[in-house]
Design a protein around this ligand. Structure first.
Ligand code: HSE
Length: 324
């Protein structure tokens, strides 16, 4: 039985979640592929951290070229987070003919065309399902079963950390700082939570959705964006007295002139609206297509195992369709 060999860049929360998901479901994954799957090398400085799973020490390296230059490695999974060096590493892996899977919305949103072009030029698969909506299979669905549509609108809760914070402030009466610490401890937050709470992470995801749905690239810094740092208990109570909840909403839509509009901001949502009842780290996204009409996606938008699920889904897809 051939083995699909993987080089993993980064073993933080999501890298660990991906490794754990593979160990947890190895039998099913290998049986669906009729091949073994092994993470053979891991680029990671912190070899001592207790990850709750045994990782053989010899897998760790601090030299990315050991992964890019290994002719046996078929797929590189990039889970470092942040724009650099993640983008340069993905480009280097592509230039060496490795297929690339990533969860890194910041890197994709900043360098969308560059990554797509180099992937195409090198005839490799570049997949990033985990970058939007964590475990929710939205990107593959837009590019597959919903491909026959012209899209009019996308609207949703795309950041688990801020939804978790707003939920805990609303439902549990928690202070903002306590809820943020809790979200960080559970592995939802970005390395620097500013990206979450200022709405930047949601804007990165909206950039990716707009590129796929409208074939239009809008840099995240060009999306009008307001985060949740100004949301106080008083504002949440005021929303409640108007039978509303405050949610951080990412929204892009075509206006009557077919011009695409976009924004990320906290909004008052009626308590009866489905988005008002998306709790904790869950995400939900509405998409409107001209043939299918409304479709709603719902699931865990952050966290090591849900994100690991999407990462490995991409690996399986590459193994089934490209590595035959
Ligand atoms: N920090 C992100 C979030 C992780 O909270 O949604 C998943 O993209």
């Amino acid at each position: 039985m051939k083995t699909i060999k993987i080089g993993l860049l980064g073993m933080g929360n999501i890298g660990t979640g991906t490794y754990k998901t593979l160990e947890m479901n190895r039998t099913e994954i290998e049986s669906t592929l009729d091949r073994k799957v092994e993470i053979v090398k891991i680029l990671e400085k912190d070899t001592e951290r207790d990850r709750g799973i045994a990782v053989p020490k010899e897998k760790f390296t601090q030299d990315p070229d050991e992964i890019f230059n290994d002719p046996e490695i078929d797929i590189v999974i990039e889970l470092l987070g942040g724009i650099e060096p993640a983008t340069s590493f993905m480009l280097a892996a592509m230039e060496k003919g490795k297929h690339v899977v990533t969860a890194n919305k910041a890197a994709i949103a900043a360098n969308y065309h560059k990554l797509m072009d180099i992937a195409k030029a090198n005839h490799i698969a570049f997949k990033f399902e985990a970058s939007v909506g964590g475990g929710i299979p939205i990107l593959g669905t837009l590019l597959g079963p919903l491909r026959a549509n012209k899209f009019h609108e996308v609207m949703g809760i795309l950041n688990g950390t801020t939804n978790y914070i707003l939920h805990m402030m609303t439902k549990e009466g928690m202070d903002y700082d306590v809820a943020l610490k809790d979200a960080q401890a559970q592995g939802f937050a970005e390395a620097d939570p500013t990206a979450d709470v200022e709405g930047i992470d949601a804007a990165n995801k909206l950039t990716i959705l707009m590129a796929l749905m409208f074939d239009k690239y809008v840099a995240p810094e060009d999306i009008p964006t307001t985060g949740i740092t100004g949301i106080t208990k008083e504002k949440i109570e005021e929303a409640h007295s108007n039978k509303c909840k405050i949610k951080l909403i990412a929204h892009a839509w075509k206006d009557d002139n077919d011009e695409i509009k976009y924004e990320v901001r906290p909004m008052y949502i009626s308590e009866t609206h489905p988005l008002a009842n998306i709790n904790k780290e869950f995400n939900a996204v509405f998409v409107k297509g001209n043939a299918v009409d409304d479709v709603m996606f719902y699931g865990k938008g952050a966290g090591p195992l849900p994100t690991g699920s999407a990462v490995l889904g991409d690996v399986i897809d590459i193994a089934k369709t490209v590595l035959r």
